[in-house]
Design a protein around this ligand. Sequence first.
Ligand code: ATR
Length: 286
Amino acid sequence: KQLNQQGINSDTVLYGVLGDPIRHSRSPIMIGRAFREMGINAAYAAFRVEPQDLSAAVQGIRALGLGGANVTIPHKIEVMRYLDEIDEGARVAGAVNTIVNKGGRLIGYNTDGIGYVRSLKNETGASLAGARVLMLGAGGAARGVAYALAREGVSRIYIANRTLERAVELADLIGEYTSAVGLRTADVGDIMREVDIVVNTTSVGMSPNVDETPLPAELLHNRLIVSDLIYNPQETRLLREAALAGATAHGGLGMFIYQGAYAFELWTGQPAPTDAMREVVLESFN
Ligand code: ATR
């Protein structure tokens, strides 16, 4: 593993990510690189926190005066109860991935959804206003992404899930922000022709199950943008088949970069050096 620690002195502001497991996390190298690039005296570490210690860990952010933290699996939902304030996007997403310590008040945000949207727009040039989206999956990741897409003015989100009940439940929640319809994944054939963007939020196709795909290849067509939140592997079977069908393929790495970029911006008030962040993350795959 690469080391990226910058010099630390008594002015250094500490940040970190709380999760379990956490050793695979690329956030320390990515955010550490961003701090260095911008000349900010801050450092970022990975903290393995087990569920029974989450409350104490969050109290530790206050006690030790950390500038903030990221939160990842399995704490994104549970952590909310220990914070002083929850931003609206995080409330709708039902999960927090970023904590800002504002003078001892801990505020929870969710930067995953807006990170996804920024990546989608930057990397595909997609225009989201009025677009019709098919979202595969109705879990935690889907919730934040659906909210962010709705805020961008997409005209309709079809939410397709293996379990219909969860799709309908999420459609009800998102229905407050845009037209949303829940359906069974098995029934997506009926709506494929009217869809502009497909986004996979399920874990189907994630390493090590790289031979799986959440959508039959014959349903793909060349007017689609097909997006996969998975970034390991960087090119999933879904994205390979999308490219073969002439569609625009969009992988999940950008979402990871930009969720970190938004967290960085919340913490520092400065624009994140996203090129440098992407570079160091790409290097970490080699
Ligand atoms: P996350 O927070 O990563 O979204 P989650 O809340 O557990 O995780 O949601 C996982 C999503 O992937 C769900 O939509 C789930 O479908 P179900 O609601 O039917 O369980 C979907 N998913 C996971 N494994 C799947 C599989 N093998 N086939 C189809 N869908 C799957």
